[in-house]
Design a protein around this ligand. Structure first.
Ligand code: GMT
Length: 385
């Protein structure tokens, strides 16, 4: 099929997921066109089946804010027409679902029918989307999509609670390409980062307040007093300075490494024993899934979709948001016993199989086919047949 993918090209989970999906679809023989303002960070190759179309914004002095939605919807129209795309799969509702609706209307006016699949990722619903500033437009564009998917059961429930939704929402979990995480031992030399007796703990995020990255440092401060260990902080964002200052306050500079953004997290996660995700809210937690694929036990909060990914007492532990004492105690329980640590690591690797590329990719393909087969009417009516 010919599929357009619209996403944020950054290190956020929705962009990562959209990029991995696009690359996997192209691998399976589909023609995939990314439409966004930069080449997605994880898009590591361009082939005859994988294209990137840049949305260029012209500065104009009248505009205090550049009208990205307009530029994006115009680009979508251009690419759909030129390459005869059948489906536009937009990741993250704001503003992508809205721009896709406009593109669809403009194309219909020209006699071209394209289907719109919207995937909800999390903050587009829970934090930003439901804010009164955006709510009406987000609700409208979700309802106007031909198909709507959410990355966890929890996110589906949140969407139904926060909006008036007339569309069926299908839960399609985020997936992982486990092959990337089966690194050979020589690719992953722990000795470059830590001494033999030290454990390695990792956190990856965009350092936004919702990630509560300062909690990671508070937890680590307690852990390192009892178990020799290092903390790897991966990513960048608004709270990084605050986190770095806390590391200084605790005098942990020798034990905490800030590695910045990385497009090859598997090369970092392979060193690590435990991954900490103390988020305030998290619709899925793709970073935790990636860590599990690399054999990390997970210490996380029980918010949002995290309990669907991290199984309490098996792949790691869940705690209330902000309960750094319990999170530290749980981490120590795992780290202090070799057998417990390897059991959790093994369980984590096994659980990831439920979120494999092989399982999830056909689900999206089926959604696209269902839409396209029914191209002259809404996809929902097909479900009723
Ligand atoms: O975490 C963020 O704020 C970034 C956001 C995004 O745009 O990528 O992440 C959301 O989508 C990811 C991919 O589906 C999920 O794994 C994250 O849990 C979700 N973040 C939140 O719900 C906070």
């Amino acid at each position: 099929m010919k599929i357009g993918i619209v996403c944020y090209p950054t290190f956020g989970g929705s962009g990562v997921m959209a990029t991995e999906l696009g690359m996997a679809l192209a691998d399976k023989g589909h023609e995939v066109h990314f439409i966004t303002y930069n080449q997605p960070v994880r898009l590591d190759f361009i082939t005859h089946r994988l294209h990137f179309h840049e949305v260029v914004l012209e500065e104009y002095p009248l505009f205090q804010y550049q009208p990205y939605e307009l530029a994006l919807s115009s680009k979508m129209v251009e690419v759909v027409e030129k390459y005869q795309l059948e489906v536009l799969h937009v990741h993250y509702a704001i503003p992508h679902a809205y721009a896709a609706y406009m593109a669809k209307q403009m194309l219909q006016n020209k006699g071209v029918n394209v289907k719109v699949v919207t995937t909800l990722h999390g903050t587009d619903i829970t934090l930003v989307g439901s804010h009164p500033t955006y709510k009406t437009a987000v609700e409208f564009s979700i309802n106007m999509s031909d198909e709507v998917t959410a990355v966890s059961k929890s996110l589906k429930e949140d969407t139904l609670r926060l909006f008036t939704i007339e569309k069926e929402i299908e839960v399609v979990y985020n997936f992982i390409n486990s092959e990337k995480y089966d690194l050979q031992h020589e690719d992953c030399k722990r000795s470059t980062l830590a001494a033999d007796n030290e454990k390695i703990i990792t956190h990856i995020s965009n350092f936004r307040p919702v990630k509560r990255a300062t909690d990671v440092v508070k937890i680590f401060n307690k852990i390192q007093k009892e178990v020799p260990s290092k903390l790897l902080m991966v990513g960048d964002g608004p709270e990084r300075l605050k986190v770095e200052n806390l590391v200084k306050d605790f005098q942990l500079e020798e034990k905490v490494l800030f590695l910045g953004n990385s497009s090859e997290v598997e090369r970092i996660l392979c060193y690590s024993d435990i991954f900490i995700l103390p988020s305030q809210t998290e619709s899925f937690g793709l970073a935790a899934l990636e860590a599990m694929a690399a054999g990390n036990a997970i210490i996380s909060t029980n918010s949002g979709g995290l309990p669907e990914v991290n199984i309490h007492g098996q792949t790691g532990y869940l705690s209330e948001v902000g309960d750094v004492n319990t999170m530290a105690a749980n981490t120590l329980e795992i780290l202090k016993d070799k057998k417990t640590l390897s059991r959790f690591k093994e369980n984590a690797k096994n659980h990831v199989k439920d979120f494999s590329l092989q399982k999830i990719l056909p689900v999206y393909e089926e959604i696209y086919k269902r839409c396209y087969k029914n191209k002259d009417s809404s996809c929902d009516s097909l479900k009723l047949q």
